[in-house]
Design a protein around this ligand. Structure first.
Ligand code: SF4
Length: 347
């Protein structure tokens, strides 16, 4: 049996869990190819105009799945206690049924961690009936999936490169070994700028859609990502909010972003977002206000299907030049001192 798994959206966070789960059940997981022009065009033609870029990409990846017995589209309502995923996640699979190739059935399950592990397992067991698997087999697969996910989580925390980690997982490896940096130019040097790149994992790691932003940035600076921040630090940096954030990704972004803002070693922050993202419209604004208060260089890059490489490079270079000049000539103190208006950066 072959399960088609689109290489988009939840792939970037939860693929290890699902691949461990299906591997234990002896089911082959077929992933759609990395994003390319054709996949993007398929997504743009089929998905609603109003939706965000990651959902359009998901639509393209679903259409790219060939020769599989099922297309797997889980509805991930909540992935941890007291939060929800973005409302657009909740609309899956219904909002994307028109993208599923004719004749291939959809395999789905509703996962809601707010209800607790026992009920999550129960929902998975219900899905298992469709696959002809017993409750005990699903239970074992569930624990196996959790083991794979934990391993992936740990390696990312140890500054693993996402591609390296995921390649190991894709190869069904059970022993992850930290890779050696291959390009000596990319070795950390204390005098290189240190830039934090924040945003959704499925934008930051989606190198086709983000025009290779992460690679370009790594060539010019040391890069810190949300995944490198310890979960306890994220929680601590959320405490100052008067109201809790509902969405799990937003919590990670704000908590890590806030930590980067306070970190004197971080020279600047880039927020990568996409056109049409509802949750980012709030979190991005919250972080940008704090960045102004702290006089931390901050830039927002908004992606959509029309983003061009030349424009991105120009903005990136201008931002890094500005950060570099500030570090060399101003010693992190504004020339206007405390008179700077923290809300507009003007006098
Ligand atoms: S959080 Fe934003 S980018 Fe992600 S699915 Fe929701 S609207 Fe799209």
């Amino acid at each position: 049996m072959k399960i088609g798994f689109p290489r988009a959206l939840y792939y970037f966070d939860f693929f290890p869990f699902w691949t461990g789960f299906f591997h234990q059940l002896n089911i082959e997981v077929v992933i759609s190819p990395p994003t390319n022009r054709q996949i993007m065009d398929l997504g743009l033609k089929n998905a609603s105009d109003e939706t965000c870029l990651p959902l359009k990409l998901l639509s393209g990846h679903i259409q790219a799945l060939k020769a599989v017995d099922w297309v797997f589209l889980p509805r991930m309502v909540s992935v941890e206690a007291e939060t929800y995923t973005c409302p657009k996640f909740l609309g899956i699979p219904e909002s994307l049924l028109s993208s599923v190739p004719t004749g291939i059935p959809v395999l789905t399950v509703t996962l809601n961690w707010r209800k607790g592990q026992r009920l999550v397992l129960k929902d998975l067991q219900k899905m298992g009936e469709t696959l002809g698997k017993s409750k005990i087999e699903i239970k074992q697969a569930f624990y196996e999936g959790q083991k794979w996910q934990e391993k992936f989580q740990k390696t990312r925390g140890a500054e693993w490169n996402f591609e390296e980690s995921i390649r190991e997982i894709e190869n069904l490896s059970t022993c992850l070994v930290k890779p050696q940096p291959t390009n000596p130019q990319l070795l950390p040097e204390p005098d290189r700028l240190k830039i934090a790149l924040v945003g959704h994992s499925y934008l930051i790691q989606e190198s086709y859609a983000n025009l290779n932003l992460l690679k370009k940035l790594r060539e010019k600076a040391r890069v810190e990502l949300i995944q490198h921040v310890d979960q306890n630090e994220i929680e601590t940096n959320l405490l100052e909010l008067r109201k809790k954030l509902f969405w799990s990704h937003s919590k990670q972004i704000y908590g890590a972003g806030n930590k980067f803002l306070a970190d004197p070693e971080i020279d600047g922050i880039i927020y990568l977002t996409c056109f049409g993202c509802g949750t980012d419209s709030i979190v991005q604004e919250l972080l940008s206000r704090k960045a102004r208060q702290r006089h931390k260089p901050y830039m927002v890059i908004t992606l959509d299907e029309h983003s061009g490489e030349a424009g991105l490079i120009t903005r990136l270079e201008a931002f890094l030049d500005m950060v570099e000049r500030r570090r060399v000539h101003e010693g992190y103190v504004s020339t206007h001192g405390e008179r700077l208006d923290c809300y507009s950066n003007t006098l």
